[in-house]
Design a protein around this ligand. Sequence first.
Ligand code: PLP
Length: 395
Amino acid sequence: MKPQKPIYLDHNATTQIHPTALEAMMPFLKEEYGNSSSLHKKGSLAHSAVEKARDVIGNALGTEGVDVIFTSGGTESDNFAIKGTCFKNKNKGNHIVTSSIEHLAVLAPCRFLETQGFDVTYLPVDKYGMVNPFAVKEAINEGTILVSIMHANNEVGAIQPIQEIAGIIKEVNGNRAPKDKSRIYFHTDAVQTFGKIPVDVDELGVDLLSVSAHKLHGPKGIGALYIRKSTSIAPFMHGGHQERDLRAGTVNVAGAVGFAKAVAIAQSNLKDQERQKGLKDKLYHVLLQNIPDIILNSHPDKSLYNTLNLGFKDINATLLLASLDLKDIFVSAGSACIASSPEPSHVLKAMGVPKEYIKSCIRFSLGTDNTDKDIEYCAREITKVISRIRNAYQA
Ligand code: PLP
């Protein structure tokens, strides 16, 4: 029997807006529609709502609102951080270090910068998608101006050693000749961690950090970039004087308010991670017991507590996805942004997933709304579907 409501296990793709966040936004979509740059009462009300939201987000990141620039989402924040620092510092060097498992929002701007005379090193990862900090150290050269390594990977959940990498960068910066004022900036894409685990810019030791509202039960179309005060960065959008002249355009007031509300709720729900991890482990162990030829692509303990990526030998992931969809189970085969591509995921390729598994991998990403019953139903149905597909192809 189908569940009463569909089982959504695709929270790394996006999340449902929290009703309280939506409620907080409504006045700014209706009667309080002022432009936050206008000087009259409606404008100043919108302005103070945006500044309050900025402070909430800044404080949640362990800093002040003034270091937070609102953007349209994670993709813009990543583009801003990467292109903004590289264009601004191109007279000091042209080398970028990143990893081969970054989201396309990082990889695509890096590839673009290669067409503009920049040189990019794409670091390899191990079988769980982990970057080795020593590989970062080895890749850095005199011309390195930016290192961009994600906080946690969206497909397999690998949480990267950001603090260790920050320590290496600090040491290199300390040894650089002060006269040429060249330094390496460190950016991390924290789109998958903000709202799930504590994210503190000073503890991590980063100069730039990207976040997005819709991954943490906020609205779509708004995100933010944290920029440490000493960072030399070029504006991303040219136009009016909004966002400290760095990102022109009328501010998304309702979006900022909804984002901040969702952040506050997520902060108070961080304790749910134990429960979700329990559910994730249960799903994995039941599937492991019931189904032969499974591989685990997520690190057993250095992965996001909500993310499980499994490969089912010789099973076509698209077929599996469609069969589960008919059972009202919504999962994904990696990143939503490349779901329509026939190519295997660049993340799994970089991890060296064997060829009989690489097109058979499914990402389960849990959220606060998932229950024990959901997981039992999923485990049962996945077992049935896989055995049916395997029998059909072996017959
Ligand atoms: N970075 C990571 C790690 C992501 O998972 C995503 C979205 O899937 C993005 C960036 C892009 O964020 P947005 O959808 O807000 O543009």
